[in-house]
Design a protein around this ligand. Structure first.
Ligand SMILES: Cc1cc2nc3c(=O)[nH]c(=O)nc-3n(C[C@H](O)[C@H](O)[C@H](O)COP(=O)(O)OP(=O)(O)OC[C@H]3O[C@@H](n4cnc5c(N)ncnc54)[C@H](O)[C@@H]3O)c2cc1C
Length: 406
């Protein structure tokens, strides 16, 4: 880890961000681009995102491109041509969603798939290369306080040493189990009775029918599977969601492959073959809670999963965190901090709630059985690829109220 950079005195605000995940890193870049001075505090000491992929829809890829990350993204991200939706047991194609050129032409930005580690590296490289951002790792944010002249963030190192960072405002981007969220909203996380099993495998090990440049979505009663190529097309990312009653706190708890296979014993041949390949699965118990109310107050703002976790049935959690970052930076241009944060909260909470609702609805639709599943399949087949994409124009076509470029 390079030594901490001294920060130049700038005309902008001093901003402390807790959490250097996708949201915190993007916020640091968006805020520094507007002349603010950012201290980014991360609990972890190493940035290893273990074996998992991420879909980046146009509403998010557009903002990362605005921050100058387009060329780096293009080098490592893939752009699948479509989502092919199949019955989990029958293997029959139910419908398609047009991605690729159709997304780019319709929404002016690509629908990308990327390895999380690659995205994290792109963001970290940009953060380390930008004057005005200081990254402190191995420190956990533990407390926030408003002071006479601003705000302070208490951080603790693993050895127990505490320090206080003075700032004009604090952004809590510390993830789904945020330590700082309780300052604004005490609502608890609620497990939803399902878990996401995640693994990657070399593309060549996947059944031939599943090696194409497309995203596969397999729907069954109470379960679904998503897979797509990542890492420059060299690996395939697999996410399998099935019922689970545990309440794991650790997002990287290892899963027993035999248990996964039992959960998909009725899967169609190519899917069963795909799921049989990876030996190492990580299990993420899915939990939910409403968007924080308020999302910001005084000199504290919540951002990303800390503010509004999104169930992974719409692939929008990271995208919303990226949107939050852009809107926060735009709101802070000129207005006094408390008013700017109130405007941020007012702009973001309705959008976050809409996306959360749609993700929950998708979960119910994906996991339906019987007549409801038959009706779903008929609608998907009738709509066709272009209209399946168009249903999400409100989501993918979103843009911040003003340009966010650096
Ligand atoms: C199975 C699955 C698939 C998904 N697929 C997609 C997808 O395809 N597309 C998409 O957009 N989203 C997806 N998501 C959601 C996405 O992963 C999250 O919404 C996104 O990572 C949230 O980013 P964040 O920065 O808010 O939080 P995080 O990425 O969780 O980052 C929080 C950071 O804060 C740090 N931290 C925690 N506590 C402290 C503290 N006290 N002090 C300092 N640092 C702290 C953590 O170490 C971490 O680095 C998926 C989620 C799951 C579970």
């Amino acid at each position: 880890m390079p030594p901490n950079k001294p920060l130049p005195d700038g005309p902008g605000l001093r901003i402390a961000i807790a959490g250097a995940g996708i949201g915190g890193l993007t916020a640091a870049l968006a805020l520094a681009a507007r002349g603010h001075t950012v201290t980014l505090v991360e609990r972890r000491t190493a940035f290893s995102e273990v074996g998992a992929g991420l879909q980046l829809s146009p509403n998010a890829s557009r903002l990362l491109t605005d921050l100058g990350l387009g060329p780096a993204l293009r080098r490592v991200a893939g752009e699948p041509a479509r989502v092919r939706i199949r019955g989990l047991a029958s293997g029959r194609t139910i419908g398609e969603v047009a991605l690729g050129a159709a997304m780019r032409e319709r929404f002016g930005a690509p629908y990308l798939v990327i390895h999380r580690a690659d995205l994290q590296t792109i963001l970290l490289d940009a953060v380390r290369g930008r004057p005005g951002i200081r990254l402190l790792v191995g420190r956990a944010a533990t407390g926030f306080r408003e002071t006479a002249s601003g705000a302070s963030l208490t951080v603790e190192s693993a050895g127990g040493r505490a320090e206080t960072l003075e700032a004009d405002l604090v952004v809590a981007a510390d993830g789904i189990r945020s330590a700082l969220r309780a300052r604004l909203d005490g609502g608890a996380l609620r497990p939803v009775g399902a878990a996401a099993w995640r693994a990657t495998l070399p593309r060549g090990q996947a059944p031939g029918a599943l090696q194409g440049d497309e995203t596969g979505l397999w729907l069954g009663r109470g379960r679904h599977v998503v897979h797509y190529p990542i890492a420059g097309g060299e690996r395939i990312n697999v996410v399998a969601v099935l019922p689970d009653r545990r309440d794991e706190a650790d997002w990287s708890a290892p899963g027993d492959p035999a248990r996964l296979r039992a959960g998909f014993a009725d899967a169609a041949a190519p899917l069963a073959e795909l799921l049989a390949q990876p030996r190492d699965w990580l299990v993420w118990t899915l939990a939910d809670r409403p968007a924080a109310r308020p999302m910001a107050r005084g000199r504290l703002a919540l951002l990303g999963d800390a503010a509004h976790p999104v169930l992974p049935f719409l692939a929008q959690g990271a995208a919303l965190a990226i949107e939050d970052a852009a809107v926060l930076a735009a709101c802070l241009a000129g207005a006094p901090v408390p008013q700017a944060l109130a405007a941020y909260a007012a702009a973001r909470r309705p959008r976050a709630r809409q996306v959360q609702r749609q993700a929950r609805r998708n979960g119910r639709v994906y996991h339906a059985g019987g007549l409801v599943a038959a009706a779903r399949d008929a609608v998907m087949a009738r709509l066709g690829p272009a209209r399946m994409t168009e249903r999400y124009a409100w989501l993918y076509g979103w843009r911040p109220a003003e340009p966010t470029g650096a």
